[in-house]
Design a protein around this ligand. Structure first.
Ligand SMILES: [Cu+2]
Length: 236
């Protein structure tokens, strides 16, 4: 019977519209972002997807437990998942909250904390894509080696660069105390630094020399600069 059939079709079309609308809400294909549901209860922390692609990720947290909860994303630091990458707090029972985070490649732990205390109920997730550090390292134009002794910085005497160059400064500490390398632009503002390096160790930092002019560098620890650990170079 044609008349009842067209009614059924009309009904199906009406049903399909809101479904399509909610679909485009949950996946932001334009930016490549994705949405991942987390169901938190008083005893569980269910992450709908544990293998993700690097980029913008929205965790849609629903608290199905009886206690207020909070959800954290932890990154790895020295072999333990202690580095807070993102968090969302005070999610009451029967409520939902979104947590937006940009994740580089690597492994992370999601922690739900029913009652908002403790280390939480943890789930490991794997994010596929470029690692944050690898991205930065791959981006430099060239490398320059600097040696630190007590109390001398060598390697930059004849160094020059072109404005806009990304340089990896490698600091090898051949002294018996910690040393570092701070670099200041022509405006006197810090352009970047190799953080303190222990004796016998090497540290590095990728620094973009954006403006032409005279850059200065020094070891900022104690009075090391006054003892000779300083100098300058030119960027053209
Ligand atoms: Cu020093």
């Amino acid at each position: 019977m044609p008349s009842s059939r067209s009614l059924v079709l009309a009904g199906a079309a009406l049903l399909a519209l809101p479904l399509l609308a909610s679909c485009s809400d949950t996946t932001d294909s334009a930016s490549g972002g994705s949405k991942v549901a987390i169901n938190a209860t008083d005893t569980a922390c269910e992450v709908a997807k544990t293998e993700l692609k690097a980029g913008e990720i929205t965790f849609a947290v629903t608290n199905k437990g009886g206690k207020a909860t909070e959800v954290y994303v932890y990154g790895e630091h020295d072999g333990a998942y202690t580095k807070v990458v993102s968090e969302v707090e005070n999610i009451g029972p029967s409520t939902s909250r979104d947590m937006e985070v940009k994740l580089a490649g690597g492994t992370y732990e999601i922690a739900c904390k029913p009652g908002q205390t403790g280390d939480g109920i943890r789930t490991k997730i794997t994010v596929e894509g470029a690692k944050a550090d690898e991205e930065a390292e791959a981006a430099y134009d060239r490398e320059v080696e600097v040696e630190a002794e007590n109390f001398k910085l060598t390697g930059l005497e004849n160094f020059t660069a072109k404005a806009g160059e990304k340089i990896e400064f490698k600091l090898e500490n051949k002294g018996t105390e910690e040393h570092e390398l701070e670099i200041f632009g022509p405006d006197g503002k810090e352009a970047g630094e190799v953080s303190p390096v222990k004796p016998g160790a090497t540290g590095e930092a990728v620094i973009t020399l954006t403006k032409p002019g005279t850059y200065t560098y020094k070891c900022g620890i104690d009075n090391h600069a006054d003892q000779g650990m300083k100098g300058s170079f030119t960027v053209n």
